[in-house]
Design a protein around this ligand. Structure first.
Ligand code: MG
Length: 374
């Protein structure tokens, strides 16, 4: 028990334009549409959390606002922020789904708990097994010429991991881009492929086999999220490791994924699992089954990236690195007071109590979306 009580709960909806449109198998994204949760204690401490839904994948910002404001807020008034699990259990019981809203809640509670205890979030959830992770950038611009320019700039910055988003145009376009990137950067480039559910099940194996010639490190989510048995069949037929992203949100899908050996890798995301600690539970299930994990994210600001970095720092093993590139290489601006720490192709886990980052209120106001109801 702490001497702090949650007194004020604010929900901000923001929209930050991206530098470019990014295309994926399930649709295009032109910016970061997030919901920021602000918890203020009676002692004047502020805890920050972010929900970053994607309508085609996890949910909507509008729905997240309703989940946080109408359903979760009443649980928090006067609550002790260090009681993270009891509050999360209540939030999970009062509103079904909405994992991003629950992720924002847990983030803000852990941020406050860290500020109260003087510990970083990664230390609160188990400790820091690493201080930095390699950064993956997603090649997803329908204008491939622009992507080639961006990749060249990032290569100079030290980025060596690139995830090519496939399945949003035709197969020949995917083969051409992989051929080009492998040709320019050779074996030093760590190339991955993400279909974002973009392949039809009946032809998925043949398409993936064509791409294997370019030695991708893994192929992510080739088929629809609910085609889990098809994903398992692909995993059994393809030598290149297959990663489940949309097909594994939380512990229940992870359990089923282990039972049918759905994939060789699970993508861990704070937004899918409904918080850092739930994502660690997914990671524990994967580890027990010999399934690798990867540090995924949604279209987020540096605030949610900080939570993701603390999650990745706390994992016992992480070989496939992470993708927290949005605030550095995608968003036109961010809401943090200091840039999210990406240097020489690596994401550095923020230090300092809580999430170790702070929100710039002017930026929050600049990108606020006015609520128009009725
Ligand atoms: Mg993905």
């Amino acid at each position: 028990m702490s001497d702090h009580k949650i007194e004020t709960i604010r929900v901000h909806r923001i929209l930050i334009p991206g530098k470019a449109v990014h295309s994926h198998g399930i649709g295009d994204v032109a910016g970061i549409h997030s919901v920021i949760l602000e918890l203020v204690t009676d002692t004047g401490l502020v805890g920050w959390g972010e929900a970053s839904p994607w309508p085609a994948f996890t949910g909507t910002a509008e729905g997240t606002v309703a989940a946080l404001h109408s359903y979760i807020r009443p649980l928090l008034q006067g609550a002790d922020p260090v009681q993270v699990e009891p509050l999360m259990t209540k939030a999970e019981a009062v509103v079904v789904g909405h994992p991003e809203a629950k992720a924002a809640l847990e983030m803000a509670l852990l941020d406050l708990t860290g500020k109260i205890s003087g510990l970083s979030v990664s230390e609160l959830v188990g400790g820091r097994a690493r201080e930095s992770m390699g950064l993956s950038f997603s090649v997803a611009n329908p204008d491939f010429g622009k992507d080639l320019e961006d990749v060249a700039t990032m290569w100079d910055d030290g980025v060596r991991i690139f995830k090519i988003k496939t399945g949003f145009a035709d197969h020949a376009f995917d083969l051409m881009r992989l051929d080009k990137l492998r040709g320019i950067y050779g074996a030093e480039a760590d190339l991955r492929i993400d279909y974002n559910q973009g392949l039809p099940a009946y032809d998925a194996v043949r398409c993936i086999q064509d791409l294997e010639a370019f030695r991708p490190t893994f192929v992510e989510q080739p088929v629809k999220m609910h085609e889990r048995e098809v994903l398992a069949q692909i995993t059994h037929q393809i030598a290149t490791p297959i990663m489940a992203d949309e097909s594994v949100f939380g512990v229940r899908e992870a359990m089923y994924g282990v039972q049918i050996r759905m994939a060789d890798i699970f993508s861990l995301k704070v937004m899918k699992a409904g918080g850092i600690r739930r994502a660690l539970e997914v990671g524990a299930i994967a580890r027990a089954a010999g399934i690798e994990v990867y540090g995924g994210c949604m279209f987020e600001t540096g605030l949610a990236h900080a939570a993701g970095a603390h999650l990745m720092a706390a994992l016992p093993e992480l070989r496939l690195e992470c993708e927290f590139y949005m605030s550095t290489y995608y968003a036109s601006e961010d809401i943090l007071t200091e840039p999210f720490p990406v240097r020489k192709g690596r994401v550095h886990v923020p230090t300092g109590p809580g999430l170790g980052v702070d929100v710039d209120r002017d930026q929050l106001a600049k990108f606020a979306v006015a609520e128009v109801l009725g």
